[in-house]
Design a protein around this ligand. Structure first.
Ligand code: NAP
Length: 343
């Protein structure tokens, strides 16, 4: 069950070459306990993988890589209006969204086509087009990596923020997510807050299926399919600037887009705009490149090495820092972890 020196290239959507010293696909709780025991016994560092869609593997991994493949979806009707749906962490996120829609369980439509697994959703609090997974998560089942003890964290304990949660902070590397419970709607609750979505739907009606289809169409029009062109989705987080910083940038860049949280408050700025304005859209470095249709995505254009991707990312960050005074942060998980030494 535990294999040695396993090639991870086909298991990360960037398609980067790296070997795992040990590798285990965990598709049952029994296997999970065995794998955790093995890691503890041999004092191995652990890398948890879901869909491998948010990873930048910079070198071979010296410990145990666990691919979490727990499956299963169950539900309980709560009342006329809502349903509780539990999904195991290894379920594919997009398939889960599609399944919910087919069952008449609404709320996740805006999150269609986000790559990765259900178990990754709470960590990043994935969000898109005005909806965040955390808004709909009731609780998360976890197991403690050190002790093997199980626990259920309620919504408050997950401390969801913008692409953020407790799993990125105090519980980082301490808990493995087994499953997620969502509270979804039994009647459609369309969310058309994002102009691009509302525009796409203006002549089609705005039921959940239409929203799902429109989100898929928007994403497909500007994001590369990892099966065709290796990538890990958005490579950088969208930065949040102080109102003063944003106002200064507006003086020299009147066309800079910005989304204030509230009047006079911090302003979210699309990282893609900054990267494109700094001249990086479509440029290459070694086998890595900035995707020509969406500058937030780095792609494996031609047998890229991890070094190509890292150097390209660093050049972009330096250039955006110099031009706009904005420190971009990677959204993708770097293994070993990202450190910002060079700015
Ligand atoms: P986009 O839609 O142009 O969004 C770029 C930035 O502008 C994001 O920070 C977005 O905020 C913000 N924004 C756009 N319209 C807004 C509005 N009406 N109100 C408030 N903020 C607004 O470009 P994109 O990069 O292609 O992203 C599309 C959607 O997918 C976004 O919602 C983005 O967050 C999401 N996405 C999520 C993940 C993830 O969860 N890991 C990865 C990639 C993209 P928000 O980020 O708050 O939406």
């Amino acid at each position: 069950m535990i294999r040695e020196n396993v090639d991870l290239q086909a298991l990360n959507t960037f398609g980067l070459k790296a070997l795992a010293r040990y590798f285990c696909r965990v598709d049952s709780e029994a296997r999970l306990s065995q794998a955790l025991d093995f890691a503890r016994e041999h004092k191995l560092p652990l890398l948890l993988m879901g869909g491998g869609s948010n990873l930048l593997l910079r070198e071979n991994f010296p410990g145990l890589v666990m691919q979490v493949a727990l499956r299963g979806i169950t539900h309980t009707l709560q009342d006329e209006r809502s349903v509780r749906v539990h999904a195991a962490s290894g379920e594919n996120w997009h398939d889960f969204v599609q399944h919910c829609l087919s069952q008449g369980w609404y709320g996740l439509e805006n999150l269609a086509l986000i790559p990765g697994s259900v178990g990754a959703a709470p960590i990043q609090n994935i969000g898109a087009y005005g909806v965040e997974a955390g808004d709909l998560i009731e609780c998360v089942d976890v197991v403690d990596i050190r002790t093997g003890e199980r626990q259920t964290l309620n919504h408050e304990q997950c401390a969801f923020g913008y692409r953020d949660s407790v799993f990125k902070h105090s519980l980082r590397g301490r808990k493995l997510i087994l499953g997620v419970t969502f509270r979804l709607w039994r009647t459609p609750q369309p969310n058309l807050r994002y102009a691009v979505l509302a525009q796409a739907l203006s002549d089609k009606g705005a039921g959940p299926q239409e929203i799902f289809d429109a989100v898929c169409a928007i994403r497909r029009s500007k994001l590369p399919d990892p099966a065709v062109l290796g990538n890990a989705g958005s490579f950088f987080k969208n930065p949040v600037l102080s109102a003063e910083h944003y106002a200064r940038l507006q003086q020299t860049n009147p066309d800079i887009p910005g989304f204030p949280s509230d009047a006079g408050g911090p302003v979210k700025v699309p990282a893609a705009w900054l990267i494109e304005k700094a001249g990086w859209k479509g440029r290459s470095h070694g086998g890595a490149a900035v995707y020509e249709k969406q500058a937030l995505v780095l792609v494996n254009r031609d047998h890229a090495s991890a070094r190509d991707v890292v150097e390209l990312a660093q050049q972009i960050m330096t250039s955006v820092q110099q031009q706009f005074g904005v420190a971009l942060e990677p959204e993708v998980q770097w293994v070993p972890p990202f450190e910002p030494p060079f700015l």
